[in-house]
Design a protein around this ligand. Sequence first.
Ligand SMILES: [Zn+2]
Ligand SMILES: [Zn+2]
Length: 222
Amino acid sequence: MPDKALSVPPVAHGPDETAPGPWAKFALHLPWLVAKEGDKILSPLLSSLHQQSLKRELVLREDINWSGNAFFLSIGESLRHVEAIYIYMTGDVCVDRCDHCLRGRGIFPLCVVNQQPGAPKDCANCWWKISSRKRPCSFTGWNLSYEQQLQLYNITPAMREDICQLLAPLKNTITTLNTRLASARALEDLRTNEDSRKALKAEAEAVKAAFNDLHTCFKHTG
Ligand SMILES: [Zn+2]
Ligand SMILES: [Zn+2]
């Protein structure tokens, strides 16, 4: 729960954009355990968003019938939720909404993306709901054609060749790692056995060595 001095304000619902109000002010305190440990903000993204000026009040889509308190608790479920409310408060409204927002999904009424360097390309609604099982925001390019992706990232086909060359050692290492991981997993089943424990350790060392090689390789190409 927030500090005793802080009380959770009621949350407004609706499609309208309003200037930062009671919820924005409340959120500035970051009263969520997932977001802050003492004075330390727990993600570089949140720390950067927290320093940006707020452009709008936090409101919920009309059919999300949460009270202020329910909203507060839901934000506190994950650091990503806290980041999402900050993307919503600090970003720019996209008139051409992403697929998710266009379908009328998400907790926020507007499709908002923070364009600052280092911020994700996902809109606040997608950042809120994203997990490994779900698709990222359509703004990240997951559903674009190859040509559209090149355009989105300003990549020419020649640059793509360069990138592929640069990434070749990474691809090799990933292949090696996959093989090593498979044998490590097989060994783990026999964990009670002293020999297999030693072999597992050797596999771990080999993986470490592969990463070191990769690091050296990138230092030279970079
Ligand atoms: Zn969106
Ligand atoms: Zn989106």
